[in-house]
Design a protein around this ligand. Sequence first.
Ligand SMILES: [Zn+2]
Ligand SMILES: [Zn+2]
Length: 394
Amino acid sequence: MLKDKIQALAKDIHGDVVRHRRHLHANPELSFEEYQTSAYVKSALDELGIEWTAMANTGVVGVIRGDIPSEAVVALRADMDALPIKEANDVPYRSNNEGVMHACGHDVHTSSLLGTAKILQHLKSDFAGTIKLIFQPAEEKLPGGASLMIKEGVLENPKPQAVIGQHVMPLIDAGKIGIRSGKYMASTDELYVTVTGKGGHGAQPQQNIDPVVITAHIIIALQQIVSRFADPKLPTVLSFGKIIANGATNVIPNEVYLEGTFRTLNEEWRAEAHKKMKKMAEGIAESMGANCEFKIVNGYPFLVNEEALTAQVRGFAENYLGKENVEDLDIWMAAEDFAYYSQAADACFYRLGIRNEARGITSSVHTPTFDIDESALATSTGLMAYIALKRLGN
Ligand SMILES: [Zn+2]
Ligand SMILES: [Zn+2]
Protein backbone atom coordinates (compact mmCIF):
# COMPACT_ATOMS: atom_id res chain seq x y z
CA MET A 1 0.00 0.00 0.00
CA LEU A 2 1.17 3.51 -0.85
CA LYS A 3 0.68 4.73 2.72
CA ASP A 4 2.80 1.97 4.25
CA LYS A 5 5.51 2.45 1.66
CA ILE A 6 5.69 6.18 2.34
CA GLN A 7 5.60 5.76 6.10
CA ALA A 8 8.51 3.32 5.93
CA LEU A 9 10.48 5.69 3.68
CA ALA A 10 9.76 8.67 5.95
CA LYS A 11 11.15 6.68 8.85
CA ASP A 12 14.25 5.64 6.86
CA ILE A 13 15.14 9.19 5.87
CA HIS A 14 14.30 10.82 9.21
CA GLY A 15 17.99 11.09 10.17
CA ASP A 16 18.71 12.81 6.85
CA VAL A 17 15.95 15.35 7.33
CA VAL A 18 17.09 16.08 10.90
CA ARG A 19 20.60 16.67 9.54
CA HIS A 20 19.25 19.08 6.89
CA ARG A 21 17.14 20.87 9.46
CA ARG A 22 20.00 21.27 11.93
CA HIS A 23 22.35 22.52 9.21
CA LEU A 24 19.80 25.11 8.08
CA HIS A 25 18.93 26.06 11.65
CA ALA A 26 22.61 26.66 12.47
CA ASN A 27 23.07 28.76 9.32
CA PRO A 28 20.05 31.07 9.07
CA GLU A 29 19.89 33.89 6.52
CA LEU A 30 17.60 36.92 6.34
CA SER A 31 14.91 37.49 3.71
CA PHE A 32 16.21 37.95 0.14
CA GLU A 33 19.72 36.98 1.37
CA GLU A 34 19.28 33.18 1.38
CA TYR A 35 22.43 32.54 -0.71
CA GLN A 36 23.95 29.68 1.31
CA THR A 37 20.53 28.16 1.91
CA SER A 38 19.75 28.30 -1.80
CA ALA A 39 23.12 26.67 -2.63
CA TYR A 40 22.45 23.99 -0.01
CA VAL A 41 19.02 23.20 -1.49
CA LYS A 42 20.46 23.04 -5.02
CA SER A 43 23.20 20.63 -4.01
CA ALA A 44 20.73 18.45 -2.07
CA LEU A 45 18.52 18.28 -5.20
CA ASP A 46 21.59 17.49 -7.33
CA GLU A 47 22.43 14.63 -4.97
CA LEU A 48 18.93 13.25 -5.45
CA GLY A 49 19.20 13.65 -9.24
CA ILE A 50 16.32 16.14 -9.32
CA GLU A 51 16.45 18.86 -11.99
CA TRP A 52 15.97 22.41 -10.79
CA THR A 53 15.92 26.00 -12.00
CA ALA A 54 16.73 29.20 -10.10
CA MET A 55 14.10 31.91 -9.71
CA ALA A 56 13.65 35.22 -7.87
CA ASN A 57 17.39 35.42 -7.19
CA THR A 58 17.65 32.91 -4.32
CA GLY A 59 14.57 30.79 -5.09
CA VAL A 60 14.83 27.22 -6.40
CA VAL A 61 12.23 25.16 -8.25
CA GLY A 62 12.73 21.41 -8.59
CA VAL A 63 10.68 19.11 -10.80
CA ILE A 64 10.00 15.39 -10.34
CA ARG A 65 8.15 13.59 -13.14
CA GLY A 66 6.57 10.24 -12.37
CA ASP A 67 7.37 7.53 -14.94
CA ILE A 68 3.67 6.86 -15.67
CA PRO A 69 2.48 9.45 -18.25
CA SER A 70 0.05 12.07 -16.90
CA GLU A 71 -0.80 15.75 -17.31
CA ALA A 72 -1.49 16.26 -13.61
CA VAL A 73 0.77 18.69 -11.73
CA VAL A 74 0.98 19.51 -8.02
CA ALA A 75 3.25 22.16 -6.47
CA LEU A 76 4.65 21.83 -2.95
CA ARG A 77 5.98 24.97 -1.31
CA ALA A 78 8.60 25.71 1.35
CA ASP A 79 10.02 29.07 2.46
CA MET A 80 13.70 29.51 3.34
CA ASP A 81 14.29 32.80 5.20
CA ALA A 82 15.03 33.46 8.86
CA LEU A 83 14.34 36.39 11.21
CA PRO A 84 16.43 39.14 12.86
CA ILE A 85 16.20 37.50 16.31
CA LYS A 86 19.04 36.43 18.63
CA GLU A 87 18.59 32.77 19.47
CA ALA A 88 18.33 31.97 23.19
CA ASN A 89 18.31 28.16 22.86
CA ASP A 90 21.32 26.24 24.10
CA VAL A 91 21.25 23.42 21.55
CA PRO A 92 24.02 21.85 19.41
CA TYR A 93 22.43 23.31 16.25
CA ARG A 94 22.16 26.84 17.68
CA SER A 95 22.40 29.71 15.16
CA ASN A 96 25.98 30.50 14.07
CA ASN A 97 24.79 33.75 12.53
CA GLU A 98 24.59 36.12 15.48
CA GLY A 99 21.30 38.01 15.61
CA VAL A 100 19.64 35.85 12.94
CA MET A 101 17.45 32.88 13.79
CA HIS A 102 15.09 30.39 12.18
CA ALA A 103 12.39 31.39 14.66
CA CYS A 104 9.48 30.80 12.27
CA GLY A 105 10.39 27.21 11.37
CA HIS A 106 11.28 27.88 7.73
CA ASP A 107 14.27 25.55 8.31
CA VAL A 108 11.67 22.88 9.09
CA HIS A 109 9.69 23.62 5.92
CA THR A 110 12.79 23.54 3.70
CA SER A 111 14.31 20.38 5.22
CA SER A 112 10.90 18.70 5.13
CA LEU A 113 10.46 19.46 1.45
CA LEU A 114 13.93 18.02 0.77
CA GLY A 115 12.78 14.89 2.61
CA THR A 116 9.53 14.76 0.67
CA ALA A 117 11.56 15.14 -2.54
CA LYS A 118 13.71 12.17 -1.56
CA ILE A 119 10.65 9.99 -0.92
CA LEU A 120 9.02 11.04 -4.21
CA GLN A 121 12.19 10.55 -6.21
CA HIS A 122 12.46 7.05 -4.74
CA LEU A 123 8.90 6.23 -5.82
CA LYS A 124 9.22 7.84 -9.26
CA SER A 125 8.82 4.64 -11.28
CA ASP A 126 5.51 3.87 -9.53
CA PHE A 127 3.52 7.06 -9.95
CA ALA A 128 1.80 9.29 -12.50
CA GLY A 129 2.05 13.08 -12.53
CA THR A 130 4.52 15.89 -12.00
CA ILE A 131 5.57 17.47 -8.74
CA LYS A 132 7.01 20.96 -8.54
CA LEU A 133 9.11 21.68 -5.50
CA ILE A 134 9.01 25.39 -4.68
CA PHE A 135 11.75 26.69 -2.38
CA GLN A 136 11.00 30.39 -2.13
CA PRO A 137 12.86 33.28 -0.53
CA ALA A 138 11.61 36.00 1.81
CA GLU A 139 8.29 35.04 3.30
CA GLU A 140 8.96 37.43 6.18
CA LYS A 141 9.55 40.58 4.18
CA LEU A 142 7.47 42.65 1.75
CA PRO A 143 6.84 42.27 -1.13
CA GLY A 144 7.19 38.56 -0.23
CA GLY A 145 9.15 35.94 -2.13
CA ALA A 146 5.94 34.26 -3.29
CA SER A 147 4.84 37.31 -5.28
CA LEU A 148 8.23 37.42 -7.06
CA MET A 149 8.20 33.68 -7.79
CA ILE A 150 4.71 33.98 -9.32
CA LYS A 151 5.80 36.98 -11.39
CA GLU A 152 8.74 34.94 -12.68
CA GLY A 153 6.44 32.10 -13.70
CA VAL A 154 6.57 29.50 -10.92
CA LEU A 155 2.91 28.67 -11.56
CA GLU A 156 3.46 28.14 -15.32
CA ASN A 157 5.17 25.51 -17.50
CA PRO A 158 3.92 23.21 -16.20
CA LYS A 159 0.94 24.81 -14.47
CA PRO A 160 0.02 23.13 -11.16
CA GLN A 161 -3.64 22.32 -10.50
CA ALA A 162 -2.93 22.59 -6.79
CA VAL A 163 -0.39 24.33 -4.57
CA ILE A 164 0.18 22.85 -1.12
CA GLY A 165 2.13 24.35 1.76
CA GLN A 166 2.70 23.61 5.43
CA HIS A 167 3.76 25.76 8.38
CA VAL A 168 4.87 24.82 11.88
CA MET A 169 2.45 25.55 14.72
CA PRO A 170 3.59 25.38 18.36
CA LEU A 171 0.02 25.02 19.63
CA ILE A 172 -0.34 21.60 17.98
CA ASP A 173 1.43 18.46 19.24
CA ALA A 174 4.06 16.80 17.06
CA GLY A 175 2.45 14.00 15.07
CA LYS A 176 -0.68 16.05 14.35
CA ILE A 177 -1.67 18.70 11.84
CA GLY A 178 -4.29 21.47 11.77
CA ILE A 179 -6.37 22.46 8.76
CA ARG A 180 -9.12 24.90 7.83
CA SER A 181 -11.24 25.14 4.69
CA GLY A 182 -11.97 28.55 3.14
CA LYS A 183 -10.65 31.88 4.39
CA TYR A 184 -7.87 31.26 6.87
CA MET A 185 -5.40 34.16 7.23
CA ALA A 186 -5.71 37.94 6.86
CA SER A 187 -4.53 40.55 4.42
CA THR A 188 -2.12 42.82 6.27
CA ASP A 189 -1.40 46.44 5.42
CA GLU A 190 0.97 48.81 7.14
CA LEU A 191 -0.16 52.30 8.12
CA TYR A 192 2.24 55.23 8.48
CA VAL A 193 0.55 58.43 9.64
CA THR A 194 1.94 61.90 10.34
CA VAL A 195 -0.26 64.57 11.92
CA THR A 196 1.28 68.01 11.67
CA GLY A 197 0.05 70.95 13.75
CA LYS A 198 1.91 73.83 15.31
CA GLY A 199 3.98 73.26 18.43
CA GLY A 200 4.66 75.66 21.27
CA HIS A 201 4.44 76.23 25.01
CA GLY A 202 2.05 73.87 26.80
CA ALA A 203 0.69 76.82 28.76
CA GLN A 204 -0.55 78.61 25.62
CA PRO A 205 -2.76 76.15 23.71
CA GLN A 206 -4.60 79.01 22.02
CA GLN A 207 -1.45 79.86 20.07
CA ASN A 208 -0.76 76.28 18.97
CA ILE A 209 -2.42 73.59 16.89
CA ASP A 210 -2.04 70.58 19.15
CA PRO A 211 -1.35 67.45 17.06
CA VAL A 212 -1.50 65.27 20.18
CA VAL A 213 -5.18 65.95 20.86
CA ILE A 214 -5.98 65.78 17.15
CA THR A 215 -4.22 62.40 16.88
CA ALA A 216 -6.21 61.13 19.86
CA HIS A 217 -9.43 62.00 17.99
CA ILE A 218 -8.15 60.28 14.86
CA ILE A 219 -7.26 57.06 16.69
CA ILE A 220 -10.65 56.84 18.39
CA ALA A 221 -12.58 57.76 15.24
CA LEU A 222 -10.74 55.20 13.11
CA GLN A 223 -11.97 52.40 15.37
CA GLN A 224 -15.39 53.09 13.83
CA ILE A 225 -14.02 51.61 10.61
CA VAL A 226 -14.01 48.32 12.54
CA SER A 227 -17.13 48.77 14.69
CA ARG A 228 -19.50 50.71 12.35
CA PHE A 229 -18.37 50.31 8.75
CA ALA A 230 -17.06 46.73 8.61
CA ASP A 231 -19.58 43.95 8.08
CA PRO A 232 -19.86 42.30 11.53
CA LYS A 233 -19.56 38.92 9.81
CA LEU A 234 -16.20 39.86 8.33
CA PRO A 235 -13.18 39.92 10.65
CA THR A 236 -11.42 43.29 10.60
CA VAL A 237 -8.59 44.51 12.83
CA LEU A 238 -7.07 47.98 13.17
CA SER A 239 -4.23 48.43 15.67
CA PHE A 240 -1.76 51.26 16.22
CA GLY A 241 1.37 50.03 17.97
CA LYS A 242 3.53 53.13 17.69
CA ILE A 243 2.74 56.74 18.62
CA ILE A 244 5.47 59.31 18.84
CA ALA A 245 4.61 62.76 20.19
CA ASN A 246 8.02 63.89 21.21
CA GLY A 247 7.20 67.00 23.25
CA ALA A 248 7.47 67.37 27.03
CA THR A 249 5.22 68.15 30.02
CA ASN A 250 5.20 71.78 28.90
CA VAL A 251 6.03 71.44 25.20
CA ILE A 252 3.48 70.70 22.51
CA PRO A 253 5.29 69.09 19.55
CA ASN A 254 4.85 70.11 15.92
CA GLU A 255 3.87 66.66 14.82
CA VAL A 256 2.79 63.21 15.92
CA TYR A 257 3.82 60.05 14.11
CA LEU A 258 1.83 56.79 14.13
CA GLU A 259 2.33 53.27 12.86
CA GLY A 260 -0.35 50.65 12.67
CA THR A 261 -1.73 47.61 10.93
CA PHE A 262 -5.01 46.96 9.10
CA ARG A 263 -6.15 43.35 8.58
CA THR A 264 -9.16 41.74 6.99
CA LEU A 265 -10.36 38.88 4.77
CA ASN A 266 -12.02 40.48 1.76
CA GLU A 267 -10.26 42.35 -1.05
CA GLU A 268 -13.13 44.76 -1.86
CA TRP A 269 -13.62 45.76 1.75
CA ARG A 270 -9.86 46.09 2.13
CA ALA A 271 -9.72 48.67 -0.69
CA GLU A 272 -12.81 50.50 0.57
CA ALA A 273 -11.51 50.62 4.15
CA HIS A 274 -8.23 52.13 2.93
CA LYS A 275 -10.15 55.01 1.35
CA LYS A 276 -12.37 55.50 4.39
CA MET A 277 -9.50 55.54 6.90
CA LYS A 278 -7.55 58.04 4.86
CA LYS A 279 -10.56 60.32 4.36
CA MET A 280 -11.57 60.19 8.01
CA ALA A 281 -8.07 60.92 9.35
CA GLU A 282 -7.42 63.72 6.86
CA GLY A 283 -10.86 65.21 7.48
CA ILE A 284 -10.49 65.25 11.27
CA ALA A 285 -7.04 66.83 11.04
CA GLU A 286 -8.25 69.42 8.56
CA SER A 287 -11.31 70.33 10.64
CA MET A 288 -8.99 71.04 13.57
CA GLY A 289 -6.51 73.09 11.57
CA ALA A 290 -3.84 70.42 11.20
CA ASN A 291 -2.58 68.33 8.32
CA CYS A 292 -2.56 64.55 8.11
CA GLU A 293 -0.46 62.46 5.79
CA PHE A 294 -1.91 58.94 5.72
CA LYS A 295 0.31 56.42 3.98
CA ILE A 296 -0.74 52.80 3.44
CA VAL A 297 1.74 50.13 2.37
CA ASN A 298 -0.08 47.10 1.04
CA GLY A 299 1.07 43.81 2.49
CA TYR A 300 0.01 40.27 1.59
CA PRO A 301 -3.56 39.48 0.48
CA PHE A 302 -5.79 37.19 2.55
CA LEU A 303 -5.17 33.46 2.39
CA VAL A 304 -7.95 31.14 1.28
CA ASN A 305 -7.85 27.36 1.29
CA GLU A 306 -9.83 26.21 -1.73
CA GLU A 307 -12.70 24.11 -0.41
CA ALA A 308 -12.65 21.07 -2.71
CA LEU A 309 -8.86 20.74 -2.53
CA THR A 310 -8.84 21.25 1.24
CA ALA A 311 -11.51 18.59 1.73
CA GLN A 312 -9.33 16.23 -0.28
CA VAL A 313 -6.16 17.11 1.62
CA ARG A 314 -7.98 16.65 4.93
CA GLY A 315 -9.17 13.22 3.81
CA PHE A 316 -5.65 12.19 2.77
CA ALA A 317 -4.24 13.49 6.07
CA GLU A 318 -6.87 11.59 8.10
CA ASN A 319 -6.01 8.49 6.19
CA TYR A 320 -2.26 8.95 6.65
CA LEU A 321 -2.16 10.18 10.27
CA GLY A 322 -5.45 8.88 11.67
CA LYS A 323 -8.56 11.02 12.11
CA GLU A 324 -7.67 11.88 15.72
CA ASN A 325 -4.47 13.56 14.53
CA VAL A 326 -6.13 16.09 12.23
CA GLU A 327 -7.39 19.17 14.08
CA ASP A 328 -9.64 22.05 13.01
CA LEU A 329 -8.10 25.49 12.84
CA ASP A 330 -9.75 28.82 13.54
CA ILE A 331 -9.24 31.94 11.41
CA TRP A 332 -5.92 33.56 12.27
CA MET A 333 -5.44 37.30 11.65
CA ALA A 334 -1.73 37.01 10.89
CA ALA A 335 -0.44 37.20 7.32
CA GLU A 336 1.52 34.76 5.18
CA ASP A 337 2.76 35.23 1.63
CA PHE A 338 1.46 31.76 0.68
CA ALA A 339 -1.71 33.86 0.23
CA TYR A 340 -0.37 34.89 -3.20
CA TYR A 341 -0.46 31.28 -4.39
CA SER A 342 -3.97 30.94 -2.97
CA GLN A 343 -5.12 34.00 -4.95
CA ALA A 344 -3.57 32.65 -8.18
CA ALA A 345 -4.38 28.91 -8.00
CA ASP A 346 -6.26 26.30 -5.97
CA ALA A 347 -4.22 26.10 -2.81
CA CYS A 348 -4.16 24.50 0.63
CA PHE A 349 -2.01 25.62 3.57
CA TYR A 350 -2.05 23.44 6.67
CA ARG A 351 -0.30 23.55 10.04
CA LEU A 352 2.30 21.08 11.20
CA GLY A 353 2.29 20.23 14.91
CA ILE A 354 5.72 20.53 16.54
CA ARG A 355 4.81 20.89 20.23
CA ASN A 356 6.09 18.62 22.99
CA GLU A 357 5.00 19.93 26.36
CA ALA A 358 6.77 17.17 28.32
CA ARG A 359 10.06 18.32 26.82
CA GLY A 360 9.24 22.01 27.28
CA ILE A 361 8.87 22.67 23.54
CA THR A 362 6.04 25.20 23.60
CA SER A 363 7.52 28.58 22.52
CA SER A 364 5.69 30.63 19.93
CA VAL A 365 7.12 31.36 16.51
CA HIS A 366 9.08 34.64 16.29
CA THR A 367 10.48 34.22 19.83
CA PRO A 368 14.17 33.57 20.78
CA THR A 369 13.29 30.23 22.41
CA PHE A 370 11.32 28.75 19.51
CA ASP A 371 12.24 25.12 18.80
CA ILE A 372 10.53 21.96 17.58
CA ASP A 373 10.12 18.32 18.49
CA GLU A 374 12.06 16.82 15.58
CA SER A 375 9.81 13.77 15.45
CA ALA A 376 7.53 16.15 13.50
CA LEU A 377 10.00 15.86 10.61
CA ALA A 378 8.84 12.29 9.97
CA THR A 379 5.21 13.44 9.87
CA SER A 380 5.91 16.44 7.62
CA THR A 381 7.89 14.62 4.93
CA GLY A 382 5.73 11.53 4.56
CA LEU A 383 2.41 13.32 4.80
CA MET A 384 3.29 15.81 2.09
CA ALA A 385 4.53 13.05 -0.23
CA TYR A 386 1.31 11.10 0.39
CA ILE A 387 -0.91 14.13 -0.22
CA ALA A 388 0.95 14.96 -3.45
CA LEU A 389 0.71 11.42 -4.86
CA LYS A 390 -2.96 10.97 -3.88
CA ARG A 391 -3.84 14.35 -5.36
CA LEU A 392 -2.11 13.30 -8.61
CA GLY A 393 -4.50 10.35 -8.73
CA ASN A 394 -2.20 7.56 -7.51
ZN1 LIG B 1 7.10 34.20 10.47
ZN1 LIG C 1 6.63 31.57 8.74
